[in-house]
Design a protein around this ligand. Sequence first.
Ligand SMILES: NC(=O)c1ccc[n+]([C@@H]2O[C@H](COP(=O)([O-])OP(=O)(O)OC[C@H]3O[C@@H](n4cnc5c(N)ncnc54)[C@H](OP(=O)(O)O)[C@@H]3O)[C@@H](O)[C@H]2O)c1
Length: 351
Amino acid sequence: MKVSFLGAGAIGSMFAALLKHYAPDLDVLVVVRGAHGQAISESGEIRTLGPWGTRSVPIAWSFDPADVAGSDFVFVTVKSQGTAEALQQAGDAIGDAVVVSIQNGINDQAYANHVAPERLVMGMTTTNMAVREPGTVSMQLDGCTLFGPPIGLNSIAAAEKVVELLNRIHVPGLEFLPHSNILGIRYNKLTINALGYASCLSASNFMTEALFHRPWRRVVGRAIVDECKRVYSAVGIQIARIPGRSDLSRLENLMLALELPILDKVVQLGLRGKFERSPIVFSLYQDLERGKPTEVEHINGQVVRLAESAGIHAPVNREIVSMTHELEQQAAATFYARQDVIDRISKLTAS
Ligand SMILES: NC(=O)c1ccc[n+]([C@@H]2O[C@H](COP(=O)([O-])OP(=O)(O)OC[C@H]3O[C@@H](n4cnc5c(N)ncnc54)[C@H](OP(=O)(O)O)[C@@H]3O)[C@@H](O)[C@H]2O)c1
């Protein structure tokens, strides 16, 4: 059986290497590019760091997306904005493969243009992986990865096949599950990212400098969550609960607890050290730091488009999109002061 990973960066390289390690009978191919791809092509291996220590996994690689030809499964692990280009480059080579997205953001139109719905599986992962240096990926956080049908299809048969495949990976803390409302799961994660991305505009630690900071939490954080929920309700999107720690309702409970005088201190005392040592790093921050295009149009931008489709406005998410684009035009690693972000959102919510 051939399994390809189209656009193997942090997520694709890690899942490909884990799959090849635990299921050596599979032909696993990574389609790579850039410095990370160059390093993999020179060593013929992906170096992985995780609770298992350090492990180098020999792997087949290619710089040509058309080399996915003959695959039974093609995992797409490029950033959302690169989906259409990657699918176009792979073209007919995708053949009858089941195409599996493990991405953030809403990019369903790109798939609709290239893949029949019955061969498409949409995924969402709560894990956190990073390219530590070219050729080396690390698992920063374990968690679950959920799979389900694209919009308009009810059958989870293809998702179950993907879960069966990935269940060959045996790493404690990594779970693969089918879910019938994967769209609700994806919007749950999208909302957390919409909030997280706002904290990246000022390079603020999401927990200790954004959520724990009362003015940011009240003016920016609450406004984004409320606006997202208002828009979902207007277009009929039902948020589904994500198993484990990365769930919107858990985040909202935390925000509520931080409003209560004594609980506020207890929570901060309990969590501050942990999140100062291991901050949650959103990809938007890494992209801005490296001067790369961000996924903001597929996260906050998606909320703006949904609102427009329902004839309503999403000014707060629109402002986060605008501010992100402003930073994308600046030199790499340029950020706002946290107070500037609060002031800009506060002007919108006051009017
Ligand atoms: N990393 C995480 O922990 C994490 C967690 C949850 C969800 N996600 C989501 O998962 C998706 C992948 O994230 P990631 O962090 O793995 O991103 P990433 O590290 O940037 O990996 C994507 C890789 O695909 C390459 N690529 C892009 N277009 C390509 C093409 N046409 N042909 C060949 N290679 C191509 C990129 O090269 P260039 O760098 O040259 O563009 C990059 O190496 C994103 O939607 C992200 O939001 C990530």
